[in-house]
Design a protein around this ligand. Structure first.
Ligand code: SF4
Length: 212
């Protein structure tokens, strides 16, 4: 990444932190993945129960690995061997001390957009876990809420389908066809515009490209 790119991300990150705080979120800007990992471990209490969903960025900064190795009760669906265990882990995450996730898009004035297929991720963002920690690369930040919805629907979702390879149009075309397929992953679209209780949702913005 060029120095100009880093400066661009930092300046926009500082604006976004201010705007998120004005909406009663807690927010931090970190220049690098390493700094972001340190900040996340500072925010998560030792011994806490932690679940996650749609948290590719948390994986990329090394947080999931650190939680699995540390003194935490990590609810890791990837370690489940049956569908029943996976379902139970998703339910347990709803009552966790901390829920880790990412953002499909963020507007510069501090609103987050997330799309979900099953709904467990957006449900946990809305209500349940005591705290929600969002790790987001600055590549997710766009100017307006309208741009954020567009990014979530036309970039993040078709990109995610390149991983999932479900039988929907965007798997083949990488372009959203606003489908009504049974395998559609765009079943809920959540806009998080404010935080109550104050500080329940915390953001760590990272001055690097993370996630999809
Ligand atoms: S609505 Fe359907 S076609 Fe559009 S991104 Fe979602 S899954 Fe793909």
């Amino acid at each position: 990444m060029t120095q100009q790119h880093k400066m661009y991300y930092k300046k926009r990150g500082e604006i976004l932190v201010k705007n998120l705080v004005s909406r009663h979120f807690e927010a931090y800007y970190c220049d690098t993945k390493t700094e972001a990992l340190e900040k996340a471990l500072e925010l998560i209490p030792k011994g806490a129960s932690i679940g996650w969903g749609g948290a590719m960025s948390a994986h990329q900064i090394g947080l999931v690995e650190a939680l699995n190795a540390g003194n935490y009760h990590a609810i890791d669906r990837d370690k489940c061997t049956t569908q029943e265990e996976k379902l139970q882990a998703a339910k347990d995450s709803m009552f966790a001390d901390v829920f880790l996730t990412g953002a499909n898009a963020l507007s510069l004035d501090g609103e987050m957009v997330n799309i979900d297929g099953t709904g467990n991720r957006v449900a946990a963002i809305v209500y349940g876990p005591k705290q929600v920690l969002v790790i987001a690369g600055m590549n997710k930040v766009v100017d307006t809420l309208e741009d954020a919805v567009t990014r979530a629907r036309t970039v993040a979702a078709p990109m995610n389908q390149q991983r999932f390879q479900l039988p929907v149009p965007c798997t083949t075309t990488a372009t959203c066809a606003d489908c009504k397929s049974e395998s559609c992953i765009c079943n809920q679209i959540l806009i998080t515009r404010h935080c109550r209780p104050v500080g329940r949702i915390k953001f760590i913005l990272v001055g690097e490209d993370l996630g999809l």
